[in-house]
Design a binder for this molecule. Sequence first.
Ligand code: ADP
Ligand code: MG
Ligand code: MG
Length: 893
Amino acid sequence: EPHVAKFVYDFTEGNKDLKDLLGGKGANLAEMTNLGLPVPPGFTITTEACKVYLDSGEEPAALRDEVSAHLDALEARMSKKLGQADNPLLVSVRSGAKFSMPGMMDTVLNIGLSDKSVKGLAEQAGDERFAWDSYRRLIQMFGKTVLGVEGDLFEEALDAAKAAKKVTVDTELEAADLKKLVTKFKRIVKTEAGRDFPQDPREQMDLAIHAVFDSWNTDRAKLYRRQERIPHDLGTAVNVCSMVFGNLGPDSGTGVAFTRDPASGHQGVYGDYLQNAQGEDVVAGIRNTVPLAELEQIDKKSYDQLMQIMETLENHYKDLCDIEFTIERGQLWMLQTRVGKRTAGAAFRIATQLVDQGLIDETEALQRVTGAQLAQLMFPKFDEEAKVEQVGRGIAASPGAAVGKAVFDSYTAVKWSRSGEKVILVRRETNPDDLDGMIAAEGILTSRGGKTSHAAVVARGMGKTCVCGAEELEVDTKRRRMTVSGGHVVEEGDLISIDGSSGKVYLGEVPVVPSPVVEYFEGRMHAGANDADELVEAVHRIMAFADRKRRLRVRANADNAEDALRARRFGAQGIGLCRTEHMFLGDRRELVERLILADTDAEREESLKELLPLQKQDFVELFSAMDGLPVTVRLLDPPLHEFLPDITELSVRVALAESRKDPHENELRLLQAVHRLHEQNPMLGLRGVRLGLVIPGLFTMQVRAIAEAAAERKNAKGDPRAEIMIPLVGTVQELEIVREEADQVIAEVEAATGTQLKLAIGTMIELPRAALTAGQIAEAAEFFSFGTNDLTQTVWGFSRDDVEASFFTAYLEKGIFGVSPFETIDKDGVGSLVRSAVTAGRETRPDLKLGVCGEHGGDPESVHFFHEVGLDYVSCSPFRIPVARLEAGRAAT
Ligand code: ADP
Ligand code: MG
Ligand code: MG
């Protein structure tokens, strides 16, 4: 028998796991039906049918008959026929994709009403007003969403009718008024859509179904999908559901509810209810809703039943659910449920609450939270108690709370910030020319563009607060001001506050409070009785679940004792990357300059000798901060010219001195050195191990400093665990030479100090050649640390400093990247090199230690990848450590 596609499922045939096929709404309607909950009967047309329709422009051939068969069955069951004059069955046609997509098509209710059946409905219900109210709603919704008539036209006509009658709410309109309104609405349809409102019920239904299909591809829907990274080829399902009526008088109504508070996670009665209303009325704000708790007074029986059902749903879905319900003359009906959205804080609380209730276990609890949510909880927030004046809202593009003076161009942003002012850069949209201003600003605010706009992408990359696409703001860069909602004008220099986690824009300076979660990690806050403490308690427990579960260890990228101690408090199990170049800056610059300028071996040795004790002291401090934990020290990596003055500034200085006939010998030499060291492409030039090989004594000085520091700590009964890491190795020969010298120095220090140091020597894997020859390199390396920043640059052949602001926005918009490869590891390219280097390295040396120290070490998705390829640890900035711990735990479930 050939396989025949099935395009329509009765609610009794589906279940919650069929979201791909039935959409979220359809799958959950089926689930509730099968749980025996009161769901009005109906059926779902699959996403497959939608896909065929969208691909070919036509319904699949079998669809019409399948729909007819299901409609017949529905009619038989309800003992009514769709739109039949004397006893009409009415249905709603509802969209419902796999992922909930606000801003897609609206649902059409009351399908089946016509000039004839409206009278039948009136008789059926014994309520003429109700029937005409339902009919005017149908024409309004159908006109707007199926026939594309401007919705305001209906709203205006409705307002006019209320005004004529001198009433304020729609329920005060009587049957006669509504009858007139229907005539008016039909006229609007005729004029605007150029056709009559269809009187044939099946035609109404079919047109509505097609409109739902088509709504998948509206600009709004496409934009939303791009922003939320929802694939474009899923299609939407269509639900046809028999109508129940909340607009049948005071013993009827409609409401929404949550099984627990989506903001705090607390159990209780959360929701809104509106008497004598239909569909969206409750959220549309046309009349004042009452808190759900009041339903107990209005209709105790329905209320009790609803509470019962909410409990059933929570126990069944084992999670917070949100629901839509309607009461028709004292009879409760369930119209929708789904696992509800929640704030980051509630996600942690709910996960632990459900564990306590015995509904889920620790492993499942880890699946209920994300590293991104934890990161959100770690940003400072605006004080919720503070008096605020919100003047706009945009897209929450990059989290954080920023306060500063509004400036409208980059030049001013840089100038003001140099003079110590905090500024918020406000632009209509940003482009690469704004980069300096963005760096200088506390936060970035734009009135145009979405989550992948230039401003959003760059700000996220920099970890800077950003609100974009705040459309109410009228930004006038020429006059250096903007008009905000309410008409207030913000001039250059006026204080504003932006919340990158909510997208809200405020006038003035909103006070910022530190995150309680960070206070907790810092050891300044403990679980207790108040609200913030409850959150901290939940985070504390989830972190413990993650730590128990994870295989990956988490280390920090830290260069000084202060960062190291903080990292330790945040749970770091060592330092995966200590960059020594930071130890060459500040007052030591002069010593480094002398080293670079040295003409003779003696001169060079002299400056190295002066650097040695300084370096050693740095390491002593670091090793004692990290006592008992591994500390990977990377030898000097960046090109030397980075330690010299800027070429233009220096040239000017030298030229001036010459014109004064007072040339300064040292500056001249400095300039010559700058010229000598100048490279077109410093990133690919004389740096890393190459430096160590051409500047005699540089690396051995660093190794000596490490070894002597370790020996000193040992002799002071400490437990130093230093590891020496060689950067930018491309071939094993480089490593062998450095290693030989290092081993010799270490032996000397051991002999001189009477210690046994056991310093491991390993390398970064950050060049494609290193990854490709990892098997050979492992002969000379006791550990590998994947430097995925450089590896990404060299594998893709682009420089991070240059491209993120130039063509990345275009690439993201065109979908070439879903996300910047500097943010999340490019699994197919860079990742596959990592994978093969892991295998080859371990083949040569089974106990090879493997880690990663690029930015990716703290990125949730990348952490999962590193877990999967079998690394031993990830290393990331101290602030990201909790996120890495959590994601490492999640990866192991
Ligand atoms: P959305 O996805 O926008 O929530 P829905 O399909 O859920 O759209 O429907 C919009 C409103 O209409 C909701 O309040 C819903 O409860 C109500 N509704 C949908 N179908 C029916 C029905 N058959 N009877 C009564 N109300 C309905
Ligand atoms: Mg809904
Ligand atoms: Mg590097």
